[in-house]
Write a protein that binds this ligand. Structure first.
Ligand code: PLP
Length: 239
């Protein structure tokens, strides 16, 4: 097995960081523009601590319960620092409260009803919740997210919500063994961000593109990703 992955999480993180740096170089981008979010879903809190010790600072979860369980342990502070939590999965309105309390960035805003609930809960907790709007650029009907043509309408409607801060867009690309095949989806998300940014809405700050996972993060970086969400390549295969 010549191509076996490195055994320790620290080694895998180092390899991943090198690939991110090289992708940034190819694209003529500053490495600091890209944040690696390690997707720790299904892995125990110990894996988060281990990754923190190896230098990772951003962690992503797709289920509220798991996010709360791991974030509550404050792995960063126990290791003498601070880490940021990203809620990257679909959210039901009845769990909005917990996301406000524990997430530093919510990647999956996809409806006005959810925005209303999050804003209300954030106001109650005296917090400002940074969010990304999830867009379905691959047109798979099994997936969450707004269609590209619906995004502008939602952004318009977010103006009254003073406790939400919309910072950009997120997408899940089509599953594919060949990352080149999803490049057009990443390009589409970037164009959408640029177009919506030109609308001059003063209540949104469209700067971030959350796109790219284990199989396609390099192409995503080449197309402008500022947040990449990498799970299996870092933590291992999920059962
Ligand atoms: C699981 C997950 C990821 C990470 O996927 P990998 O292929 O394991 O890197 C990224 N984004 C979302 C929304 C996920 O649910």
């Amino acid at each position: 097995m010549i191509n076996a992955p490195p055994h320790t999480l620290a080694d895998r993180l180092e390899q991943l960081q090198e690939r991110i740096t090289r992708a940034c170089q190819r694209a003529g981008r500053d490495r600091k523009e890209v944040t690696l979010v390690g997707v720790s879903k299904t892995f125990p809190a110990e894996a988060v601590s281990e990754a923190f010790e190896a230098g990772l600072r951003d962690f992503g979860e797709n289920k509220v319960q798991e996010l709360v369980a791991k974030a509550s342990l404050r792995p960063g502070e126990r290791n003498g620092g601070h880490c940021r939590w990203h809620m990257i999965g679909h959210l039901q309105r009845n769990k909005a409260k917990e996301v406000i309390a524990h997430a530093d960035l919510f990647h999956a805003l996809d409806s006005l009803r959810l925005a209303k609930e999050l804003d209300k809960r954030a106001a109650q907790q005296g917090r400002m919740l940074p969010c990304l709007v999830q867009v379905n650029v691959s047109n798979e009907d099994t997936k969450f997210g707004l269609l590209p043509r619906q995004v502008g309408g939602l952004l318009d409607q977010l103006a009254p919500f003073k406790n939400l801060k919309v910072l950009g867009l997120m997408t899940l690309a089509s599953p594919s063994d060949n990352p080149e095949r999803v490049r057009p989806e990443f390009q589409q998300l970037r164009r959408l961000l640029e177009d919506e940014d030109k609308q001059g809405r003063s209540h949104v700050f469209l700067r971030h593109l959350s796109m790219g996972m284990s199989g396609d993060f390099e192409v995503a970086i080449e197309e402008g990703a500022t947040l990449i969400r990498v799970g299996s390549l870092l933590f291992g295969a999920r059962s």
